[in-house]
Design a binder for this molecule. Structure first.
Ligand SMILES: [Cu+2]
Length: 116
């Protein structure tokens, strides 16, 4: 038991991130997470770590009041999702995403970017 316990602690984290359990997480985004950009972007694009199930994957861009300001034309292809933006005045915007990987696992996340 004295030997087995440390071994379990060592190998458990490796088991939970095996490829079969891979979920779609955000790899990188344009505009970049937390960035300040000028001029205002015309779209937000997310590159995920896994291929996405288009019918259930969602991306929204919200203004500081929480109102959705994207053009609701989200397009999902492979592991990327993109949505168009109107002319954005300076301010802080929040990107909210829900990704359903082709293995049906759901992940969600959000980040902000600033237009100045
Ligand atoms: Cu998964």
């Amino acid at each position: 038991m004295n030997i087995i316990r440390p071994l379990l602690i060592l190998f458990l984290p490796l088991a939970t991130i095996s490829p079969a359990e891979a979920h779609a997480f955000l790899d990188h985004a344009s505009p970049r997470v937390g960035s300040t950009v000028h001029p205002a972007p015309t779209q937000v694009e997310l590159w995920m770590t896994e291929d996405l199930e288009p019918s259930f994957t969602k991306i929204k861009v919200l203004d500081a009041t929480g109102a959705e300001i994207d053009k609701k034309d989200a397009a999902i292809s492979g592991s990327t999702m993109v949505v168009s933006l109107p002319n954005l005045p300076p301010g802080v915007y929040k990107v909210v995403w829900k990704a359903v990987a082709v293995d049906t696992h759901v992940t969600t996340g959000d980040f902000t970017f600033t237009v100045n």
